[in-house]
Design a binder for this molecule. Structure first.
Ligand SMILES: NC(=O)c1ccc[n+]([C@@H]2O[C@H](COP(=O)([O-])OP(=O)(O)OC[C@H]3O[C@@H](n4cnc5c(N)ncnc54)[C@H](O)[C@@H]3O)[C@@H](O)[C@H]2O)c1
Ligand SMILES: [Zn+2]
Length: 382
């Protein structure tokens, strides 16, 4: 099925969220139908620039022709490359293909890369833009919920190494993000739900009122329309504020990793397969972080932790180890995966813990033995 992509005017007045980073500042344009304004926005920002679109096979089928039309109408010369969908495209081999295609199309400094797709395409095309000719500008056109609320904002780009995810990359901010929320209508329900885990993360880590709003309105967010646009804009505002404070993650930006230490270990344990999508791993990880903060650290009441976990489960996200299909590795293997993600210094781990919903903080002194005992208990419940 092809998306009903509008190529004329935007359906409603878009919301614009500014990412304030001095000379690297940019806007995130959010709304139904805003991809129709992509060409005009690029032409205004970089008059005369050519565009090179990087996308994947799934997204190409839904929106590439519409995006080409929008660019053509704005008088922007454009070419594209289509790569296979999925995490495996964040590889040296695919990066090489993309870089060579960009160079073959005679893109000069001053021309633009357009990342049209989910987080995989954003990370891959953003990194290609960072390295081709020592850096081309790029525009993010995120097409998954995860990419609209998280990966398209903040300038982290990367491919994967055989040693782990995202180990080869660069900080490279886009010059514009155009998040057309209507493009999410073709996203498989499971992918939307996984992206919702990153969206609700902003409530859980720093905004109790937003969390309460999501508890009341999540069905409308899933259905589309104004509630969805509002939730995406709130998420972008939250991420933009954190990134503006700490662009290179020397402090506060680590709060965005709530649920990610457990989550990454579980994703790795599942071989980054579709047994557990990234957002699903984050959902289990956030539930474990609340549980751990309540039962092992006495930081938050059990009732408050249960409330956070209840909402994740209500939207259909996994929250317990037993919700993950198939077998999981042993306790010591899981601990090793955790140690790979976060270095253990003198038996101490860094975790994002919580004092309540909307009150996450960075704890650098979490006792490895406590985590081990906690996970042992959780594995036994499986
Ligand atoms: N750079 C960052 O700050 C950051 C943050 C979070 C995650 N990430 C990265 O993001 C990646 C995950 O991103 P993702 O969840 O968007 O995955 P993805 O890009 O693989 O997209 C998920 C699936 O949806 C398909 N798809 C995309 N848009 C569609 C649409 N509109 N309609 C139908 N199908 C569509 C894709 O082809 C793919 O099969 C991971 O590699 C992760 O490391 C990066
Ligand atoms: Zn994430």
């Amino acid at each position: 099925m092809s998306a009903p992509v509008r190529t004329s005017i935007a359906d409603t007045e878009p919301t614009i969220v500014d990412v304030k980073l001095g000379s690297r500042s940019y806007g995130i344009v959010i709304g139904r139908g805003v991809v129709a304004t992509l060409g005009a926005r690029i032409a205004a920002l970089r008059p005369g620039a050519k565009a090179f679109v990087v996308t994947d096979e799934n997204v190409a089928g839904h929106v590439l022709p519409a995006v080409e039309t929008v660019l053509d109408r704005a008088g922007i010369k454009n070419e594209s490359v289509v790569v296979p969908p999925g995490e495996s495209s964040k590889s040296f081999a695919v990066l090489e293909r993309v870089c060579e295609a960009i160079i073959a199309s005679r893109m000069e400094r001053g021309d633009l890369v357009v990342a049209l797709g989910g987080g995989v395409i954003g990370d891959l095309a953003g990194f290609a833009a960072a390295v081709v000719r020592r850096g081309l500008d790029y525009v993010q056109v995120p097409t998954t919920l995860l990419a609209q609320v998280d990966s398209s904002v903040g300038g982290k780009t990367a491919i994967d190494s055989s040693h782990g995810k995202n180990l080869i990359g660069a900080f490279h901010q886009p010059i514009l993000v155009v998040a057309d929320t209507a493009l999410l209508d073709t996203l498989p329900a499971r992918e939307f739900r996984a992206g919702y885990a990153e969206l609700v993360k902003y409530g859980l880590l720093g905004d109790a009122a937003f969390f309460a709003w999501l508890e009341a309105n999540w069905k409308d967010v899933f259905a589309g329309g104004e509630a969805r646009d509002h939730a995406i804009a709130e998420s972008c505002r939250a991420k933009a504020a954190i990134v503006a404070r700490d662009e290179r993650e020397t402090g506060d930006r680590a709060l965005l990793n709530l649920g990610h230490t457990f989550g990454h270990a579980l994703e790795a344990a599942c071989g980054y397969s579709d047994r557990l999508l990234h957002g699903e791993g984050v959902a289990v990880g956030m539930a474990l972080a609340f549980d751990f903060s309540a039962t092992r650290q006495g930081l938050v009441s059990k009732a408050e932790a249960a409330r956070a976990i209840r909402h994740l489960a209500a939207v259909g996200l996994p929250t317990r180890l037993r919700d993950i299909p198939g077998t999981l590795p042993s306790l010591s293997q899981l601990m090793e995966l955790i140690a790979q993600d976060k270095k253990i210094k003198r038996g101490m781990l860094t975790f994002i813990l919580v004092r309540g919903i909307g009150a996450a903080f960075i704890e650098t002194g979490v006792d490895e033995a406590e985590v081990r005992a906690f996970l042992s208990e959780k594995l036994a419940e499986r």
